[in-house]
Ligand binder design. Structure first.
Ligand code: TA6
Length: 302
């Protein structure tokens, strides 16, 4: 059990950022007030950002009210860290979906407040728990800056002597007013694969609208993606660094019903747009090298 009092003494910044006992008794860093009134939360469980609310805005991330908050289960919502595989692990039906990083406790490395922003660094180092699934020696850091933008840097250092090939994603759940009234731009004319639509290498010249279960992997794309939310009158911009794949997902009605940690009526309130390096375009990290994939998120009124 993590000693929150001790962590708070060591890392807390009075009136700015505190280490608290969060949902399910899981420890979290709560950013209560940067200079401009931004707030946010990151759990040590999974290195998992669950909230970011820039001043004068509504919450930008979505979390299910039915989420699990348990040490061996993923939090439903926010920004799950998928690592070192994405989705089901090939050849191992017993392996946890989206890898083990999001269901392990991460270490709190630092909390810093600078020029009105708060940066929290959490890390996951290879251990007996990870070697159960994965032989490589690594250090994975999530460096998250809460401010007028949300900047999340996933830094993977290969501590071994052989190259690492991994899948990685910041599986971001955005809060929307009504998913049936959003448009997503920035992925026009990009080839995508979808098991739901049973298509490979299809593309579209128009913006994406959500009219059914949507689960698409857009390949070879590094551009900026914009989520236009007419019902909340805002535009969310996602800039990706060192990410060649974007995943777009909404479970719609049936899939939402089938998930115990996702209540039936919540699917219109969320949209996943994920910064990723997966499947045909994984991340390759040489011995002793560090690879950084990042998301930079901002919100503008429409
Ligand atoms: O990112 C899309 C996806 O791979 C979907 O296929 C769906 O499985 C979603 O992730 C959620 O996965 P999870 O394991 O968190 O339920």
């Amino acid at each position: 059990m993590t000693d929150v009092t001790l962590l708070n003494k060591q890392f807390g910044i009075p009136g700015v950022a505190q280490i608290v006992t969060g949902n399910g008794g899981l420890p979290a860093v709560q950013v209560t007030n940067t200079n401009d009134g931004t707030t946010g939360t990151i759990y040590l469980h999974g290195g998992h950002v669950t909230a970011w609310k820039p001043a004068e805005n509504q919450e930008v991330l979505w979390c299910s009210k039915n989420s699990w908050w348990e040490p061996d289960k993923p939090i439903r919502g926010g920004v799950p860290i998928c690592f070192p595989w994405f989705g089901a692990r090939e050849g191992d039906a017993t392996a946890p979906s989206h890898g083990f990083a999001r269901i392990l406790p991460w270490e709190l490395e630092s909390v810093n407040s600078q020029s009105g922003e708060v940066t929290v660094v959490v890390s996951l180092k290879s251990s007996t728990a990870t070697r159960k699934y994965w032989p490589d020696k690594f250090l994975l850091r999530h460096r998250v800056t809460f401010g007028p933008e949300l900047v999340m840097q996933l830094e993977l250092t290969n501590l071994g002597n052989t190259p690492m090939i991994v899948e990685e994603a910041q599986h971001t759940y955005f809060h929307v007013g009504d998913v049936r009234q959003i448009r997503i731009t920035g992925l026009e004319n990009v080839k995508y694969i979808s098991s739901v639509e049973n298509v490979r290498d299809k593309s579209h010249a128009h913006a994406i609208v959500i009219e059914a279960e949507t689960d698409r992997r857009y390949v070879n794309t590094t551009g900026t993606i914009v989520l236009e939310d007419r019902s909340l009158n805002r535009r969310i911009t996602l800039k990706r660094h060192n990410s060649k794949t974007a995943v777009v997902w909404n479970p719609w009605i049936a899939k939402a019903k089938a998930m115990p940690d996702f209540s039936d009526e919540e699917w219109p309130e969320m949209m996943c747009i994920e910064t990723a390096n997966v499947r045909e375009l994984p991340a390759k990290v040489g011995p002793q090298e560090t690879h950084v994939m990042a998301s930079r998120i901002s919100v503008q009124s429409m």
